[in-house]
Design a protein around this ligand. Structure first.
Ligand SMILES: [Zn+2]
Ligand SMILES: [Zn+2]
Length: 367
């Protein structure tokens, strides 16, 4: 009987251990020269504002989904559970912080200043004390965040509840921008893309964000949540802060990446491995090129300009974690003399402006 009991105890322990195991997704988006590529979500809520989850849930979700950093940004002005949930504006951070350290998830102290339009909703990141942002006048709240060294971004600028007819940039935003109290903007929030925000980000030099603004539990299954890719000098909160103020971000949602062309170009080529020995293509000869895509991104290419003296495919798909082969065929004697074969493709899922895609140049050694 004693042995049976021991066996039963061991069995129970094993079941408990199995049921409490967690697994972490690996997101394959390469580093670029000089920077680490960090996967971040800077906008989410907990039960301490109008969310439905306990703060530690946000840390566990981030760990499971392969993120490096999150900001819990509970509303300052809107706390519908406050009758049942006590605590102040710093409580969600304080509850989540020990687990974030244990899980090695960078937790950024943040809050959402939540006002009517204008100026609408603003996330203040890297604040020191969220309680001091609880001010009657919105300008006092923003100034306080600014004085605490915050990075401030405009959330969901095209949210229909606040901008029902058209997505407008208000004088208040010009004022904030001029006084260096507005540094970034969400071009994507939850499941909405705002083309106007992309235009403004480029024109007014604002850092681009894609965030979940999650209120309930995050369930992405095999996919990934919308996220902000940050190119940071180090995997630290300080590194992320410097990168955000330096505008080194890309917005990643679905299979689309939105950002400045120099960053997207670096991500694209860092994802791929291809021919680095001379191809020796000649007139009326066909050679095969293989490209390996090591990233999670499926690249979709469309030929914009054929190379001199040879034909290349008009469309190429480079699925994630696959090697794709395609043919180049010489069509004139000119190709025999080309040192490099340059092919220009538009990448349909890399967006650099409204209705504008990244153009990449494959340069293949020939002789
Ligand atoms: Zn909001
Ligand atoms: Zn929010």
């Amino acid at each position: 009987m004693k042995l049976n009991r021991l066996f039963f105890f061991i069995l129970l322990t094993l079941i408990f251990e199995i049921s409490s195991s967690q697994s972490r997704k690996i997101i394959n988006i390469p580093n670029i020269p000089g920077y680490q590529t960090l996967k971040c979500d800077f906008h989410m809520h907990t039960i301490f504002s109008d969310g439905t989850v306990w703060p530690t849930v946000r840390v566990n979700e981030a760990w499971e989904e392969g993120l490096d950093a999150i900001a819990i940004s509970d509303h300052i002005e809107y706390r519908p559970h406050s009758k049942n949930v006590t605590g102040n504006h710093n409580t969600s951070f304080e509850i989540a912080e020990p687990l974030s350290k244990e899980k090695n998830i960078i937790l950024i102290r943040a809050a959402e200043i939540t006002r009517d339009m204008p100026p609408g909703h603003l996330n203040a990141l890297f604040i020191r004390n969220a309680n001091l942002l609880d001010r009657e006048d919105v300008n006092d709240a923003i100034k306080e965040a600014h004085d605490q060294g915050a990075f401030i971004l405009w959330n969901h600028p095209g949210w229909k509840v606040q901008q029902p007819d058209s997505t407008v940039w208000w004088d208040e935003h010009t004022y904030l921008l001029k006084n260096r109290m507005l540094h970034g903007i969400e071009v994507y929030n939850s499941n909405e893309f705002y083309p106007e925000a992309l235009d403004w980000a480029l024109e007014k030099k604002l850092t681009m964000f894609a965030n979940t603004d999650a209120h309930g539990p995050i369930k992405t299954g095999e996919g990934h949540r919308p996220m902000t890719i940050v190119f940071s000098k180090s995997r630290t909160a300080g590194g992320i802060r410097e990168a955000l103020f330096s505008k080194r971000t890309i917005s990643y949602f679905g299979n689309t990446l939105v950002g400045e062309s120099t960053l997207l170009d670096q991500i694209f080529f860092a994802s791929l491995e291809y021919q680095n020995t001379p191809l020796k293509l000649e007139n009326e000869v066909t050679k095969t090129i293989s490209i390996k895509n090591n990233s999670d991104i499926d690249y979709e290419l469309e030929l914009v300009q054929p190379g001199v003296g040879f034909d290349a495919p008009t469309e190429i798909k480079l699925p994630s974690h696959r090697i794709v082969s395609f043919e180049l065929t010489g069509n004139s004697d000119e190709v025999n003399l080309m040192k490099n074969l340059n092919i220009y493709y538009k990448v349909k899922n890399l967006v650099v402006g409204v209705d504008e895609n990244l153009i990449v140049t494959f340069s293949i050694q020939n002789i």
